[in-house]
Ligand binder design. Structure first.
Ligand SMILES: Cc1ncc(COP(=O)(O)O)c(C=O)c1O
Length: 436
């Protein structure tokens, strides 16, 4: 029995080696440079595009306004360390993350820039990490401020914190009408220094600007009540949409996520800025076959060939982040041509109609999002096809897809030249002059 098992295992291993070797050879012969990260399916990140988007966005800002690149959720699915390393070299002076562990990943990669943690950190271990890793937390209300100060114990130097004012998002923060007591109480807490105050816009991309200006006015009123605001306290409000549309919302700092990744939540014509999509999603064709008219394709046979068809099987599926809900609703690019995805998207594979692309062979690269010759598929197409927002599309790609960086930068070499995140003094007159 043991001999039989041993022989069968040996045969299986030989077969595996043969087939994986054969596949590598096949890919090798059709595509000169073999790269282990590009054998099945991958996300390609264009670091030049990150650099140019960051530089373009920086140019939109006045010299008093700094740029925070939002790199939470693993840099919107692009790889936080790659993105952070690139943005700090091209004009971003702050980084924004959601959690302490996201911030620690950046510190561990040698990234030295000031980091604001957007989420309300309440776990006592996380609170201690804040001080240890020089992270700036968001304080959402008085009780939270007390909790953080207590948990920090005694520090050599108080921890810089940013206060969050809720002007209408109804998520984190203290209402604008209670801003003064919030400010005064946190000012007294021994382990904290207020170095920023901010709010978040709920509808900055909407055609109807009324809610944005209502939030803006509440924010201005709250700031106006605060004593000693001009002492190096960073005021910030704008996300990508507001940074692109409303210079009046820029204050000392803008917190830009989506636009760094080359996508815009608003039409760009008015903003006078060029953005290049950073992310592409690619996968290999693993088989090409002809199916007869009437053949069912994939689970459930919801799709049937209406004519004799040539079908390509592609090595990517919903476990990689291509949502099953997109089945039959997206195109892909193969050899520079659009091809329709057909049948249910399965966990690891999907099928495409390549009847009109007879040149397709196993090993060819399929572009699901990105550019192939003169054709392009943007993440916005996927968002429209699955009735969601483009932010969710970007964050949806799973870890099984290696992130492959064109011109990979050396993350450890990242340096901002800015280590303390000091701001231009906020000029109260400027605040009032800009009120709409
Ligand atoms: C507090 C905060 N600021 C800024 C941003 C960046 O938003 P956007 O990607 O629209 O620029 C986010 C993203 O959700 C956020 O939560």
């Amino acid at each position: 029995m043991w001999e039989w098992l041993k022989n069968t295992a040996c045969e299986a291993m030989l077969l595996c080696e043969f087939t994986s070797g054969a596949l590598s050879n096949m890919i090798d012969s059709r595509h000169a440079a073999w790269d282990p990260a590009r054998t099945r399916a991958w996300v390609e990140v264009d670091s030049d595009a990150i650099a140019s988007n960051t530089a373009s966005l920086s140019k939109l800002l006045s010299p008093q306004t700094q740029l925070m690149a939002v790199v939470k959720a693993d840099g919107y699915g692009h790889g936080a360390v790659t993105v952070a390393s690139e943005v700090v070299r091209h004009g971003a002076t702050w980084l924004g993350v959601a959690t302490v562990s996201e911030a620690i990943e950046l510190r561990d990669a040698g990234i030295d820039a000031p980091i604001l943690v957007f989420g309300a950190v309440r776990d006592r271990h996380d609170i201690r990490h804040l001080a240890h890793h020089r992270l700036c937390p968001t304080i959402c209300d008085i009780d939270h401020g007390r909790e953080v100060s207590d948990q920090l114990g005694s520090l050599e130097r108080p921890l810089d914190v940013h206060l969050k004012i809720d002007t209408g998002m109804s998520r984190l923060g203290t209402s604008a009408s209670n801003a003064l007591s919030f400010w005064e109480t946190v000012t007294q807490l021994p382990q904290l220094t207020i170095s920023g105050i901010y709010s978040h816009l709920a509808t900055a991309e909407s055609l109807d600007e009324s809610t944005t200006w209502q939030q803006y006015n509440r924010f201005i009123k709250a700031l106006d009540r605060l004593p000693r605001l001009q002492h190096n306290v960073a005021v910030h409000l704008a996300n990508s949409a507001a940074a692109l549309r409303f210079p009046r919302t820029h204050f000392d700092l803008v917190r830009v996520g989506l636009a760094i990744y080359g996508l815009s939540p608003v039409p760009l014509s008015s903003a006078n800025v060029e953005l290049t999509p950073v992310l592409q999603v690619k996968a290999r064709v693993t088989q090409v076959k002809d199916v007869e008219r009437g053949a069912g394709i994939s689970y459930g046979h919801q799709f049937r060939a209406s004519h004799g068809m040539r079908v390509g099987t592609v090595a990517i599926g919903y476990a990689d982040g291509v949502a099953r809900g997109l089945s039959g609703r997206i195109d892909v690019l193969v050899n520079g041509t659009r091809a329709r995805q057909v049948g249910a998207i399965t966990m690891d594979q999907l099928m495409i109609d390549v009847t009109k692309v007879p040149s397709v062979r196993p090993g060819d690269i399929v572009t699901l999002i990105g550019r192939d010759q003169s054709e392009q598929i943007r993440a916005e197409e996927w968002a429209a096809a699955s009735d969601t927002i483009v932010w969710e599309v970007l964050c949806g790609f799973k870890n099984r897809l290696p992130r492959v960086t064109k011109d990979a930068p050396n993350a450890n070499a990242a340096s901002t030249g800015v280590t303390n995140g000091r701001f231009a003094l906020l000029d109260r007159d400027r605040l009032h002059a800009s009120s709409p």
